[in-house]
Design a protein around this ligand. Structure first.
Ligand SMILES: Nc1ncnc2c1ncn2[C@@H]1O[C@H](COP(=O)(O)OP(=O)(O)OP(=O)(O)O)[C@@H](O)[C@H]1O
Ligand SMILES: [Mg+2]
Length: 215
């Protein structure tokens, strides 16, 4: 039985996931809650090595089934070595992307069978889903503009290079998926300011976990 709360952030490129993740970590820590802020693919040394394989290089480097298997390998390592131990210790875990990104990018958008992906998640990743998922929804051109403005992760641009229609499909698929998992999903309008998004997200968490008042 895990004791911590597991929060994931999802959404397209440049939608503001990492920005909100950092702010939520600060907020929770200000309430004396221990937090593990982590990301996918990655989060452990070994999973970060898989990340480099998947997010760097040429567009056609891997077909979507290979991608799905690599993401699941990284996710299992991350779960077993970092996320589950942290939750067991009572830490809240904030994860910048999680399984829903695989459902969307490899499943909905690149037609890997969703039943296959769900079975893989069940068998390789203990069927663990976050308690809460924030979807940062933003028009594709706004997200790509923001992502392109950043200099620091140019080498990680394999998915960013996939073109407008791909990203439009990603956006729509996340919105569709949020309806399938409505009990844990909060869809945020990411054209709002960083501060407005932070306020909405912390109010959501405070309503859900009543001990966290936002005062
Ligand atoms: N609500 C916002 N309004 C305007 N700009 C924002 C907002 N949120 C984030 N940004 C800016 O947009 C850029 C992308 O944000 P961020 O890195 O958080 O997105 P991301 O979803 O993590 O992207 P990626 O998928 O590429 O990791 C950053 O320069 C950030 O400062
Ligand atoms: Mg990010």
């Amino acid at each position: 039985m895990t004791k911590g709360i597991f929060i994931s952030l999802e959404g397209g490129e440049g939608s503001g996931k990492s920005t909100l993740a950092r702010k939520l970590k600060e907020f929770l820590e200000s309430k004396n809650i221990p937090v593990l802020l982590t990301r996918e693919p990655g989060g452990t040394l070994e999973a970060e090595a898989i990340r480099s394989l998947v997010v760097e290089g040429e567009n056609d480097r891997f077909d979507p089934i290979v991608e799905a298997l690599l993401f699941n390998a990284a996710r299992r390592h991350h779960l077993m070595q970092a996320i589950i131990p942290a939750l067991d210790l009572g830490c809240w875990v904030i994860c910048d992307r999680f399984v829903d990104s695989t459902f969307v990018y490899q499943g909905f958008v690149q037609n890997v069978d969703l039943v296959f992906l769900k079975n893989l998640h069940r068998d390789a990743c203990k069927n663990i889903f976050p308690n809460v998922t924030f979807l940062l929804d933003v028009p594709v051109d706004v997200g790509l503009y923001r992502a392109n403005k950043r200099q620091y992760n140019e080498h990680e641009a394999r998915f960013e290079k996939k073109g407008y229609l791909f990203h439009e499909a990603v956006r729509k698929s996340f919105l569709d998926l949020s309806k399938d998992y409505a009990d844990r999903y909060y869809v945020l309008d990411s054209t709002l300011t960083e501060f407005e998004l932070f306020k909405i997200a912390t109010e959501c968490l405070s309503n859900l976990f009543i001990e966290l008042n936002t005062q």
